[in-house]
Design a protein around this ligand. Structure first.
Ligand SMILES: CC(C)(COP(=O)(O)OP(=O)(O)OC[C@H]1O[C@@H](n2cnc3c(N)ncnc32)[C@H](O)[C@@H]1OP(=O)(O)O)[C@@H](O)C(=O)NCCC(=O)NCCS
Length: 171
């Protein structure tokens, strides 16, 4: 049975390790190893993650199976995209990652349902995200979860520029 718990600042080291591992599993076969390393080094810094949790700039949820962390989400509210209505309360799902050995076992769906519940409970109107246009697995997953494409944006992994879709679901 998968349990989902909100992360505390002292989970920062775990989030770094989980973040690096799942990012490598997601893109290791399709992206340049140097770009992946460069991204991981700047994206998963324990002191930064602890700081954003303590300061409530981000909310992380961790999925556990038999007390082992197997996936996580990161939610934030400090960014907007031009195709989002600024008059609405917009919640960004910046990350949703599941360990590869647990893909296609409804862990992502459980994490997503939890993010949607958190958004509703906190009176957000919309949950939105950016996804690499070549990440067909994730796009299929988001569509199944009710998201629709509302625009595009750029995203950088190391030196590589990627085209993302911006997707949203009404809460
Ligand atoms: C995308 C991701 C979070 C989905 O999580 P998951 O636990 O594998 O997905 P689930 O088992 O909960 O799937 C729920 C539904 O999504 C869809 N889906 C999931 N994986 C899919 C795939 N590979 N192809 C097509 N549809 C898929 C299916 O409709 C599925 O429902 P079903 O099982 O009834 O068919 C996971 O694959 C992952 O961590 N990928 C790597 C990281 C990543 O790309 N994150 C997104 C970055 S923007």
């Amino acid at each position: 049975m998968v349990q989902i718990k909100e992360a505390a600042a002292n989970d920062a080291n775990l989030l770094c390790q989980l973040g690096a591992q799942t990012f490598e599993q997601a893109y290791g076969d399709v992206k340049d190893a140097n770009d992946i390393s460069a991204y991981i080094i700047q994206a998963f810094i324990a002191t930064d993650i602890a700081h954003t949790i303590s300061g409530k700039q981000a909310t992380y949820f961790i999925a556990y199976f038999n007390n082992e962390a197997i996936g996580y989400t990161k939610l934030r509210t400090d960014r907007l995209h031009e195709n989002l209505n600024p008059a609405q309360a917009n919640l960004e799902l910046e990350r949703i990652y599941v360990c590869k050995e647990f893909w296609k076992q409804q862990v992502g769906a459980a994490l997503m349902q939890h993010a949607i519940m958190f958004g509703k409970q906190n009176n957000f109107d919309v949950l939105w995200l950016g996804v690499w246009q070549q990440n067909h697995r994730a796009i299929a997953f988001y569509k199944k979860m009710g998201f629709e494409i509302i625009g595009t944006k750029k995203f950088y992994v190391g030196t590589e520029e990627n085209d993302d879709y911006v997707m949203q679901v009404k809460l």
